[in-house]
Design a protein around this ligand. Structure first.
Ligand code: MSP
Length: 512
């Protein structure tokens, strides 16, 4: 069986889940559901990154011990993903004992092989990023992420011979076009690798930081947070058993945003090389959500909280916007105005009206009972069916590129088509003529098939809505598993339910 291993970044516990975290987690969940519907076995990992300066500082700010503080925020992440219906298979914390064990084991192995050495280094250090910067990387003398001048520090530390693996890494990236995607991030990494790499400082002296994993070969030092955190992708699988690791690891697909490209595209593969492990298959890099503080968005404040969005508008509406309004790999803006416009147009009007109109007619004209399809289909019936078949194959093509927005666009084009089919065939007019009632039954049967097909195609993206449509169609979960061919999904005499509102129109008010 084909397999795929999907990972989200491990989120720092110095902040609570927001829009950005939710996006990566939602696309991971969508991909998992999508690949499963394509017959693949999928393992999805998420979790929290809990060591290092940043977390120790946040704990201090909250008057708590680092572990107690990390316990609290990590639990919030986990419960948020549970409440959002994220289908993760494992939730890892970098404070988990098994993870720390794997980190120590890998460090010792690399140290024994001679790829970790002790040395002195003086350099410009950004405490926010927890790393040294070269002059060239600074913008106007400041760290580009934190807009702060770095501090010069000189100390003895342990270094990983990253430079030794530079050539091999470049060669790998060149010969594996899918190793980093989309393409412009691959180009960016290759450009960066044109300059000689510096070795990576992988320790912090205990005198400066205690909140980390002590180095197995020198307990006066703790492990640099990135060297610790990246290893989670391996330790989580190994924890689930050698066999799980063996089958899933070579199929690893990491999902991240552009902010953490360098650690994932450079540190991580060279670490894997030094540890003698195969490299991941693909790194999928997306852009950043930028908050646009329109009038309405003010009520949301600066931070979009997933549970608040779920409570106000439903999780599927939020998922739909995230998946539909970002082009994977590019930045996108978030505003409540854009969100509401999108939800009203695509979910309340296009999808919602289609479902409620069809179910209402089915109820009114045939007491909910599905009518037979004739042997000869009209041209427009065939077109409707073909439209959904085309949407299915277009979606498959777009999903290869992680073009979620295009996949949804293709499906919504088929839904548009179904709405036009109602206008074109006018069942409400035909029904007035008793001689045409059989035709009305056929038209509604085709429309119910369209709704069934749409729900099946949307289920990785909008799982809750797909489930609600399945219930409205009175179809069992088993009947749902295998997509039936058009006309076979619903049998004459089967009863469907009266309509229910899937997505209420969001009224625009000042406190939306
Ligand atoms: N702890 C590290 C990752 C270690 S992975 C071994 C980290 N954590 S983080 O909490 O800062 O999360 C960064 C990630 O959150 C991004 O790569 C992205 O997945 C998500 N996002 C955070 N803000 C975002 C946006 N504004 N837009 C899109 N996604 C962003 O880095």
């Amino acid at each position: 069986m084909e397999r795929v291993y999907l990972t989200t970044p491990l989120y720092y516990v110095n902040a609570e889940p927001h829009l950005g975290h939710t996006y990566t987690t939602v696309i991971a969940d969508t991909l998992k559901r999508y690949y499963r519907s394509e017959g693949l076995e999928v393992f999805l990992l998420t979790g929290t990154d809990e060591h290092g300066d940043k977390i120790a500082q946040a704990a201090r700010d909250n008057g708590m011990e680092p572990k107690a503080y990390a316990d609290r925020i990590s639990a919030i992440f986990r419960s948020t993903w549970d409440q959002c219906g994220i289908s993760y298979d494992h939730f890892i914390r970098t404070t988990d004992a098994y993870h720390q064990g794997t980190v120590r084991q890998i460090l010792q192995q690399i140290y024994d092989a001679g790829d970790i050495y002790f040395g002195e280094y003086g350099g410009l250090y950004c405490f926010g990023c927890e790393r040294f910067y070269t002059e060239k990387e600074l913008v106007g003398g400041k760290c580009p992420d934190h807009q702060k001048e770095p501090t010069f520090i000189q100390e003895k530390n342990y270094f990983f011979r990253m430079r030794k693996y530079q050539e091999r890494l470049m060669e790998h990236i060149r010969s594996h076009p899918d190793f980093i995607c989309p393409e412009h991030y691959r180009t960016e990494v290759l450009a960066f690798l044109r300059e000689p790499l510096e070795d990576l400082c992988i320790s912090r002296p205990q005198s400066r930081l205690q909140w980390g994993i002590p180095l197995p070969f020198d307990t006066d030092y703790v492990t640099y947070v990135w060297f610790d955190a990246l290893i989670n992708y391996v330790s989580a699988l190994q924890f689930r058993g050698e066999e799980v690791f063996r089958v899933f690891w070579p199929k690893a697909h990491h999902l991240i945003a552009k902010d953490i490209l360098k650690p994932h595209a450079i540190y991580w593969p060279t670490m894997l090389m030094a540890a003698g492990l195969p490299l991941y298959e693909s790194l999928h890099v997306h852009g950043y959500w930028i908050m646009e503080l329109g009038k309405m968005s003010k009520s949301l404040g600066n931070v979009v909280r997933p549970l608040e969005m779920k409570e106000r508008y439903g999780m599927d509406a939020f998922r739909y916007f995230l998946l539909r309004d970002m082009v994977f790999g590019q930045d996108a803006t978030f505003s409540l105005e854009a969100f509401i416009t999108r939800v009203n147009a695509d979910l309340a009007n296009n999808l919602g009206n289609l479902v409620s109109r069809v179910l209402a007619m089915q109820q009114r004209y045939f007491a909910g009972e599905v009518q037979p399809l004739g042997a000869d289909w009209a041209r427009e019936d065939q077109d409707l069916r073909d439209g959904f078949a085309r949407a299915g194959s277009e979606m498959r093509r777009h999903m290869q590129e992680l073009h979620f927005h295009r996949a949804l666009e293709a499906l919504w084009a088929a839904l548009d088509h179904a709405n036009r089919y109602i206008v074109q065939t006018s069942p409400f007019v035909l029904f007035k003529d008793p001689a045409k009632r059989a035709r009305v039954g056929e038209i509604l049967h085709h429309l119910l098939e369209a709704i069934r097909a749409a729900a099946q195609l949307m289920s990785p993206f909008l799982p809750e809505t797909a489930g609600r449509i399945r219930t409205l169609l009175n179809l069992s979960e088993e009947a749902w598993e295998e997509p039936p061919s058009w006309g076979q999904g619903l049998t004459p005499g089967h009863k469907v339910q009266p309509p229910k509102v899937l997505f209420p129109r969001v009224e625009v008010s000042a406190d939306s």
